[in-house]
Design a protein around this ligand. Structure first.
Ligand code: UDP
Ligand code: MN
Length: 349
């Protein structure tokens, strides 16, 4: 059942992702399954760290051609030495391991919180380092999707830069933008169109552009603190319940696509491996799903019933801006879809 493998050509090229724990594995599985759904001819590779459970590794093997364990804590390893000096760069250094995959001539790295909405194999025609602009600072590329050439030399140079200079944002994106610093100015063919890495937040930050071009989206990226697997999905109503700040999700189309893929292709695999109990009669699917989405939280208590919405003190526009930038928009109130639209309409008139 489940996932068929269609790949034949392009054996020396691969899509690559990373998951350091079972929560991000869920993202990686949805990404891998979306790449298969759109019949990529390239290989699928996932890098994992020892925190990923054995059962989840088995599930990953059903979707990915290669499941590769990377361990940044191997003493003697140059990454280990870098980590001793820059402990804050743990996950960043883990991502750099993708340059070690020299069995491939070219790869496309994709964050585990991305999914494809069409075949994107044409990206293998691009050169290192090709990536789309970051919505927060468009002179930097976003490191959630990038084309690169595995090379031990590049890997070592990146580690050296990490050790000596660190990263200006404490993560891989800052480091990679410093290393590939000519990206912004030299070669437009290395600027991927934004539709290859559309951040879900851009829907709100530039709604008219989203309305004009959003239908062409090829890759959606759920960047930010709330990932698709942090929501609760009700399979009866096919709707999502937000857990964090947004009690109602405006424009849930992309999140719904993520969950549809998860329910159709991943949940059956998790059931097959006994990670999720199969349709126990006493438990309806919605409850099973809820259990899945809380799976990463050990001994998670069921969420308490939602209290009535508190009456919040009015925020200053600076506070509101800060919350917005932290992804804590007040989607039900001041920042609601209707209010944003009204504001945009006044600008456009
Ligand atoms: N990642 C991971 N475990 C973590 C954090 C990150 O495996 O605890 C990997 C995963 O592939 C993720 C990528 O690193 O997609 C970048 O992190 P994230 O997507 O959370 O950052 P954002 O895109 O929100 O800035
Ligand atoms: Mn991401």
């Amino acid at each position: 059942m489940a996932v068929l493998k269609y790949r034949g050509q392009g054996k020396d090229q691969s899509f690559v992702t990373l998951a350091t724990n079972d929560s991000y594995v869920k993202g990686a599985l949805v990404l891998g399954s979306s790449l298969q759904h759109y019949r990529t001819t390239r290989k699928l590779t996932v890098l994992i760290t020892p925190q990923v459970s054995d059962l989840m590794r088995k599930v990953l093997e059903r979707v990915f051609d290669e499941v590769i364990l990377v361990n940044i804590l191997d003493s003697g390893d140059s990454a280990h030495l870098a980590l001793m000096r820059r402990p804050e760069l743990g996950i960043t250094l883990t991502k750099l391991h993708c340059w070690e995959l020299t069995q491939y001539s070219k790869c496309i790295f994709m964050d585990a919180d991305t999914m494809v909405l069409s075949n994107i194999d044409e990206l293998f025609e691009r050169e290192e380092l090709s990536a789309a602009p970051d919505p927060g600072w468009p002179d930097c590329f976003n490191s959630g999707v990038f084309v690169y050439r595995p090379s031990i030399e590049t890997y070592n140079q990146l580690l050296q830069l990490a050790t000596e200079k660190g990263s200006f944002d404490g993560a891989d994106q800052g480091l990679l933008n410093t290393f590939f610093s000519s990206w912004a100015t030299t070669d437009m063919s290395k600027h991927l169109p934004f539709i290859y890495n559309l951040s879900s937040t851009s829907v709100y930050s530039y709604l008219p552009a989203f309305k004009a071009f959003g239908a062409n989206t090829k890759v959606v990226h759920f960047l930010g603190s709330t990932k698709p697997w942090n929501y609760t999905y009700d399979s009866r109503t096919k709707s999502l319940k937000g857990e964090m700040h947004d009690s109602k999700i405006v424009h849930p189309e992309f999140l719904n696509m993520w969950w549809d893929t998860y329910m159709a292709n991943i949940l059956p695999l998790l059931e097959e491996y006994g990670i999720i109990k199969e349709n126990t009669t006493a438990v309806n699917t919605a409850e099973v799903t809820e259990a899945v989405s809380h799976m990463s939280v050990s001994a998670a208590a069921p969420p308490p019933p939602s209290p009535p919405a508190p009456v919040l003190p009015a925020l200053s526009s600076l506070e509101r801006k800060q919350r917005w930038e932290q992804g804590q928009a007040d989607y039900m109130g001041l920042d609601s879809f209707d209010n944003i639209k009204k504001k945009l309409d006044t600008y456009l008139q």
